[in-house]
Design a binder for this molecule. Sequence first.
Ligand SMILES: [Zn+2]
Length: 335
Amino acid sequence: MYYGVDIGGTKIELAVFSPQLRLLDKWRIATQGDDYQSFLASLALQISEADRRWPAESGIPGTVGIALPGVIRADGTVVSSNVPCLNQRKVAEDLGALLSRPVALGNGCRCFALSEALLGAGKDHARVLGLILGTGLGGGICIEGRLITGAHCLAGEFGHQGMAASVLLRHGLPLYDCGCGLKGCAETYVSGTGLGRIYRAFGGEGDTYAWLAALRAGDAIAKRSFDAYLDALGSVLAGQILSLDPDIFVFGGGLSEVPEILAALPQATARHMFNGVQLPEFCAAQFGAASGVRGAAMLGKALATRVEQSNSVSANEQVADMDTLLTGGWHEQQH
Ligand SMILES: [Zn+2]
């Protein structure tokens, strides 16, 4: 069995997958985000629960892969997470010691991208850029089935690139403070939270849900906010095309489920590209919100395979090698 754990700011989802990565079981608990020892204990308890529900015939306990919000440095230290107690901690190492089995750890957006690239909407494409339009903006790039984490595990953190000045000037938008400490980060405009912020800046009332209801009722402020939002997101996507030139964008997160957004994105992106170039495909995630937990399970599976092969994997390798762990699957599918 392969266990995937997706850690969010308020909830943790745990899912059990078969050796063929078929979903067998899943459940959620509240995140114990203030105290690290309580957090680890609650996670260990849920892994024991998974062991109890899905005892392995082989006697080998389920493998564990974790997706969490935040950057995981090459030495396994978590930084910049919105679950406060995880920062400056080596979560995979500490949980692995509690569970007496290796634990793989990855950023949630990267796990999403991996899952969609290998098994989901991007599986027939060589270069897949997965993006989550949720409370923040993040993603990951997979090339030929390999997750590219970069030298410092930062590849995919494009939510913290500055918003284009042309967009801010065109729509009269201010520089918003970002949770990362910078100002004017892309995610402060194009995340779900950002869309609500634009709507209010233009005189609307309420959050993104209120915006969507107003848009569908033909409200002029909601329409103007939508135009600004699409322009902002289009500029972010154009920047990614110029850096990575993917075959396909795969979108997850709450806003990816708003059909009006996905339908309008190609044109909004083309506005930021020079004439005559081809755009990638734009596609919603196949596994939706469940993609992160599936990607986490895939990391756990890959790590277990590697442990089996080498018989010794250091804590650092548990994290740093995840891009090299995951080669092969894509090529097997293509040939
Ligand atoms: Zn930021």
